[in-house]
Design a binder for this molecule. Sequence first.
Ligand SMILES: [Zn+2]
Length: 72
Amino acid sequence: MAFPIKVCAVCEEEFELKPGKPGYANRCPECSVPEVTETTTKQPMDAVDRKSESEANEARRQAIRELLYSRK
Ligand SMILES: [Zn+2]
């Protein structure tokens, strides 16, 4: 199946515009990468949130485990 050939607005390389291609439709996958890295720069904060969340879950699980064991 052939995809429409587009010319990248940034590097002027031809590329296949595949459905669901991330980034701009007028940019080749390589030139769409900056957009991807831009979102990953936000990840450290998310990672911290996720870490503290998992720590909270772990503490909750530990408390439940202690409750279960103290009943026996
Ligand atoms: Zn390009």
